[in-house]
Each structure stands twice: as structure tokens, then as C-alpha cells.
Write a protein of this length. Structure first.
Length: 475
């Protein structure tokens, strides 16, 4: 069992590239000179799914919004009826609808009215085992709270709220020891994920078939919040996410993904905001992130499992988002063994004394992977507590591995930081330098610490100011 791309998926992977090759000769030449033409092609290719004008109110299938009745089966009946009718909207009206796992099907838009809350059960038995990905590794584990696999034309929309009820009392303590700022409930002697996590990582290194990597009860591997897996034409728009057990929006191996106008708040352990993993073709825009880990983290699989699938994250455009608390604003890694390329970010605001970095790359010699072609511009950075930009090959295992991490061609234009503790922390490895990092028309104020530049080649500073003074080197 594993991911085998269908012909449709392979065609989907070519969509942005095809859009580039079909440009008129003049525009194609301009695109070659201006990589932002590719970002335009990504935006144009991001087409939301269209649904028939049919509504299926979950109350008509027995759901009750009293916050007490478990509505898992009623919601499943509404989704089945919608799918079997050829598609439409499954509507959640105002109220608090307690549920277990929600599994979407093709041509279904799960739509939450203002005042509607899907309140997810804290009972692990409400989440049956499914094929999923956990920290970059495929396995059989608890279903994500909202899940779809190999579906086409799906959406989660509306002005309502998804509440995972993650807290110090539920889910978070499974993390085990954690140095976060929020009490996550774990105390010495309590069960946690560490043993199962180690077993899973070992299975992946030995290429144990995925169908034999069965976890769930007693393993304490928390489920993701929202996970479309190997899906095509996915829209997540307008909703609020609160109380995530683990990663929040985690699209895996999807094509044509739109995440738009979503409000994400979760300060628990590993509460990443949006982790597009091995995704090809994504638009993330007008979202707000206030997280207990990275706001956006682009991933492509961990270690041997990432190399086995060999599916890079690519053709991703992030724009007009706001990043508050988190370990990083726009992050690539660390589950990045499948590689990443052609990632764009523009017109984002990043500002919090609890935001570590604005732009961050995380990799090491156990992950490896080729990371190339990253373009960021017009970023408004207020306070970051560690550095505005970080390129870190010493993350976790650092040099202890046999796979060469590569990071090249990173262009950052018009980044304005008003209170950055440090401009740059760029640390490659001996024999594996960071290469081709360019900062243009950038200004960094409030800088208190010197930059760290080690095993970094081809650093270019073009019209860069630090604390009001032009600089031609960082040290």
C-alpha cells in the first residue's frame, strides 16, 4: 500500500508547467526572465470546484446542534446523500454539532453557516483508522478530524467554526515533553507518543509496507485536524479553526488546492497552521495564522519515506496573509526529503514578539532533498524574536546523516522589518553550503545581534539597510 499517481494525477502535476509553455512567445520569454510570471500562472490555474445548487441540511438527516448529541452518523448520511445525488452543499446551520470524524466525498461542499460549530469529540474511538501521513511518514492511524482520500472537487466553506477541542485535558498531552509557552497537560509518568514515533520512524527507514504500519489505540499519535489526501480540486475557505489536536490544515499529495480567508488559532504543541505536503499547485491567500508552531510549513515527506515517494512540494503561491505567533511565518521543512521548488510569497504581514522567524528553511543531512527557486517580495515584518531570515541545515539531527541537503536560489525583495533581533541566520554544513541567497531592497531595523553566516556561498546584498545604514555584508 502506498501512493501510486494516477494518470489524472500526473496530468494535474503538469498543469502549471503546461500553463507556462502555452504562453504566447513574447510572454514565454518574459516568464523566463521574470519568475513571478510563474506565480501568476499558479494563481490563474487555481480554480475553485463548482458544485450543483443543492443543499443537504444535516438536521434533515437527524443531526442536532445541542452540543451533546453525537452527530457522526447523521453528518455521514448527509454527505452520502449529497454525493449520490451528484453533489452540492452539506449545510451545517447555527448551533454546536458534536461529531467524530467527518469523511468528505467527491463533489461535496461542507458549508458552515455563521454561528455553526462542528465540535469534534475528544474520544479517540470516534476516529477510525485510515491511511494517512504523520510527520511526513505514511501509516495507518486515527482519522484526521476532517478527512478525504482520493476524492475530487471537495470543499469546506462558510463563516462557521471547526473546534477540535484540543487542550491540556485532551490530545495535547500525547506530545510528551515540550518546551512550548502553553501548558499542554503532560506530566512525568503520563503516556505519550515517543515510543510509537520511534517505532514508526524505524519502520519507514526499513521500508516496512504501509499496511503493516498500524498504530492508533495505545500509540498516542495525534490526528491532524483537516487532511485532504491525494485529492484534486480542493477549496478551504472562510472558516475558523480552533483547538487543533496536532497539525491544522494538512493537504497531502493534492493538486489544485485553494486555502482562502481562513482564520487559524491554535497554540498547542505542533499546531502548525497550514502544511502543504507534496502538493502541486496551491494558492494560500487572505489567511490569518496564530499558531503554536510554524504558520505555514511546506513539506514533502520525512527521510526514507519522503525519498520513496519522491513527490516534491511545488508551484505554491502564498499572498496577503497575516502571521502572528509561531515558530516561523513562511517555512520550508523540515519534513522535506522529497524536495521543494517554485514557492512564492508576497504581501504578507508578520508581526509578534512570539514569532521566531519571518522566513525559515529547515533541513539536515538525515532529510536531504533539493530545495530551489524561492521568491518572496513585499513582506511587512514587525517584530521577530530570533531572525528575519533563517536557513538552517543543523535542524534536529544536523550533520548526522548521509543525504546532502541542498538549498539554492532564494530571492527576497522589499522585506521591511521594524524590530528584528537578527537579520540572517544562515548555517549550511561543510560540503553542503546554502547557495544563491539574494536580498534586494530590504530594510531591517531594531537589529541587536550580528547575523550568523556559515557555510553559505553566493550571498548577495543589493540595496540593503540595517538600522538605517547601507550594508554590503552581514556579520
Amino acid at each position: 500500500m502506498g501512493y501510486t499517481p494516477s494518470r489524472r494525477a500526473l496530468l494535474g502535476h503538469a498543469s502549471v508547467g503546461a500553463a507556462m509553455t502555452l504562453l504566447p512567445a513574447g510572454r514565454a520569454a518574459a516568464a523566463a526572465a521574470d519568475p513571478w510570471s510563474r506565480a501568476e500562472a499558479i494563481a490563474q490555474a487555481a480554480l475553485p470546484p463548482v458544485f450543483p445548487a443543492r443543499d443537504f441540511d444535516v438536521r434533515q438527516f437527524g443531526a442536532r446542534g445541542d452540543g451533546v448529541t453525537l452527530n457522526t452518523q447523521a453528518i455521514a448520511r448527509a454527505i452520502a446523500a449529497c454525493a449520490e445525488a451528484g453533489g452540492g452543499r452539506v449545510v451545517v446551520p447555527s448551533g454546536r454539532f458534536l461529531t467524530g470524524a467527518v469523511h468528505l466525498r467527491s463533489n461535496v461542499n461542507l458549508h458552515l453557516h455563521a454561528g455553526a460549530t462542528l465540535l469534534f469529540s475528544t474520544d479517540p474511538k470516534a476516529y477510525p483508522l485510515v491511511f494517512t501521513r504523520w510527520e511526513g511518514i505514511e501509516l495507518i492511524n486515527y482519522s484526521p478530524l476532517i478527512y478525504a482520500r482520493q476524492q475530487r472537487n471537495i470543499a469546506i466553506t462558510g463563516a462557521g467554526t471547526l473546534d477540535g477541542q484540543g487542550s491540556a485535558q485532551h490530545w495535547w498531552s500525547w506530545k510528551g515533553p515540550w518546551g512550548g509557552t502553553v501548558d499542554h497537560g503532560w506530566r512525568e509518568g503520563m503516556p505519550d507518543q515517543r515510543k510509537a514515533r520511534s517505532i514508526l520512524f524505524d519502520m519507514a527507514e526499513r521500508r516496512v509496507p504501509v499496511e503493516k504500519r498500524v498504530f492508533g489505540d495505545g500509540s498516542f499519535l495525534r490526528p491532524a485536524f483537516v487532511q485532504p489526501y491525494d485529492c484534486e480540486n480542493v477549496l478551504i475557505e472562510g472558516i475558523k479553526l480552533r483547538g487543533a489536536p496536532f497539525w491544522q490544515i494538512h493537504p497531502v499529495l493534492c493538486r489544485n488546492l485553494i486555502v482562502r480567508g481562513v482564520d487559524i488559532l491554535g497554540h498547542g504543541p505542533n499546531n502548525d497552521g497550514c502544511d502543504p505536503e507534496s502538493v502541486d499547485g496551491a494558492l494560500i491567500e487572505h489567511c490569518t495564522f496564530d499558531t503554536g508552531d510554524d504558520c505555514i510549513a511546506v513539506n514533502s515527506g520525512r527521510n526514507e519515506d519522503g525519498r520513496r515517494l519522491a513527490m516534491p512540494a511545488q508551484n505554491i503561491l502564498i499572498r496577503d496573509c497575516r502571521m502572528k505567533e509561531g515558530h516561523g511565518g513562511v517555512v520550508v521543512g523540515s519534513q522535506i526529503s522529497g524536495g521543494a521548488r517554485w514557492i512564492f510569497a508576497e504581501r504578507c504581514v508578520m508581526d509578534s514578539p512570539d514569532l521566531w522567524y519571518a522566513i525559515r528553511f529547515k533541513n539536515n543531512a538525515l532529510r536531504g532533498g533539493l530545495l530551489e527557486n524561492f521568491y518572496y517580495r513585499d513582506l511587512d515584518v514587525g517584530t521577530v524574536s530570533r531572525a528575519a531570515v533563517a536557513c538552517d541545515f543543523n535542524y534536529e539531527e544536523g550533520a548526522r546523516g548521509h543525504f546532502v541537503p541542498q538549498l539554492r536560489n532564494v530571492v527576497i525583495e522589499r522585506l521591511r522589518a521594524t524590530n528584528a533581533a537578527r537579520v540572517l541566520d544562515s548555517q549550511g554544513l561543510p560540503g553542503a553550503p546554502v547557495t544563491g541567497l539574494r536580498l534586494s531592497d530590504c530594510r531591517f531595523d531594531g537589529v541587536r545581534e550580528p547575523s550568523i553566516v556559515r557555510h553559505t556561498e553566493g550571498l548577495v546584498l543589493d540595496r540593503v539597510e540595517v538600522n538605517g545604514r547601507p550594508v554590503d555584508r552581514l556579520d
